[in-house]
Design a protein around this ligand. Structure first.
Ligand SMILES: NC(=O)c1ccc[n+]([C@@H]2O[C@H](COP(=O)([O-])OP(=O)(O)OC[C@H]3O[C@@H](n4cnc5c(N)ncnc54)[C@H](OP(=O)(O)O)[C@@H]3O)[C@@H](O)[C@H]2O)c1
Length: 301
């Protein structure tokens, strides 16, 4: 089976590539910047802000499945540059759909499609709080124009190995360096490690599920509590990890205090139980143990 991953240099895309079984799948990648893995024949550099890129991408690869991860993900930037956010997140999703209309697209959406109210179940009507969430919701609707496609609402976490950015890199490098950091103790989430997320996406493909699915973990912690628990699991001192409040922060885009995705209906659809917090922590521990370069990368960059 041929799989194309868009946004392959991003945190999620690079981890999906890393974890896909190359004996089972021929994996093609596309991203805006150069490929950081030695994969010349299977990588196509494409800027989705350029409309011509989709025709060239189609000439390059005609996959069975597309996992669409590319997006403008900086929530505050999306708020201040709405036209660019619309072009990258919404228009390019439409172009991708038109380019590969007869193929199955798995769209990586977000908890951000839901607003602050406690109505974040599969059957609830999304109502985002900020422009990023609105672009993700508009893209979901575009993707579902083909009833064969899948929208995966999720909150992925994982290490970014290509540049030292993102939640987990920031949290771990601060823990290792004993740098004082503040995390919101009034924002709840239930993220899932990218390798577990991929496992469930492969199940979605295997059973040919269609429509919307929530894929996250079975816990509800604030971001502060999550990092404190992770530190304790990894046996790292976290006395320098302090709590703060979203309600007192002055951010450009509005954030949602309740970023939990309700999971029960999706678990029933897949006939599985999503992972608990320790399953996620164990993967992080093993990554830190088994990858000698990772620790240095986290503290040097
Ligand atoms: N990480 C999270 O917390 C989170 C939470 C919920 C949902 N999601 C969703 O998960 C998906 C992946 O997120 P991520 O964390 O991997 O984001 P990321 O690290 O910011 O990566 C985004 C990717 O999109 C690519 N991209 C951006 N603009 C592009 C353009 N004009 N043309 C082509 N490619 C472009 C980037 O390419 P280059 O790097 O090559 O420039 C990058 O590979 C996104 O759809 C996001 O909305 C993420």
């Amino acid at each position: 089976m041929n799989i194309l991953i868009t946004g392959s240099n991003g945190m999620v895309g690079q981890n999906f590539y890393k974890n896909l079984d190359k004996n089972k799948f021929q994996v093609y990648l596309t991203s805006r910047s150069k490929c950081n893995i030695n994969l010349n024949n299977y990588f196509f550099q494409s800027d989705f802000e350029n409309n011509n890129t989709f025709k060239n991408l189609k000439n390059f690869v005609n996959p069975d499945i597309i996992i669409h991860c590319a997006a403008m993900t900086n929530v505050d930037l999306c708020e201040t540059d709405k036209s660019r956010a619309f072009k990258i997140n919404v228009e390019s999703t439409k172009s991708l759909l038109d380019t590969y209309y007869d193929k199955k697209i798995i769209y990586i959406s977000s908890d951000a499609v839901f607003g602050s109210k406690d109505n974040n179940d599969l059957i609830d009507t999304p109502n985002p709080d900020n422009y990023y969430g609105l672009t993700k919701l508009k893209s979901e609707k575009i993707i579902l124009q083909n009833s064969n496609n899948v929208v995966v609402r999720t909150t992925p976490i994982g290490f970014n190995y290509l540049n030292n950015s993102g939640f987990l890199n920031w949290a771990l490098s601060s823990l290792i360096l004993k740098k004082s950091i503040k995390l919101f103790d009034d924002v709840y989430f239930n993220p899932i490690h990218t390798s577990l997320l991929l496992k469930y996406i492969l199940l979605v493909i295997q059973i040919n599920l269609k429509g919307v699915i929530h894929i996250n973990s079975n816990f509800k912690y604030t971001k502060y509590k999550f990092v404190k628990l992770l530190a304790s699991f990894l046996k790292i001192d976290s006395s320098h990890v302090l709590n703060s409040k979203l309600s007192k922060a002055n951010l450009v885009a509005k954030r949602n205090k309740n970023q939990i995705l309700k999971l029960e209906k999706s678990e029933n659809l897949l006939r599985i139980k999503y992972p608990d917090v320790n399953e996620n922590f164990l993967i992080i521990l093993n990554e830190l143990k088994n990858n000698n370069k990772l620790k240095n990368f986290l503290i040097k960059n």
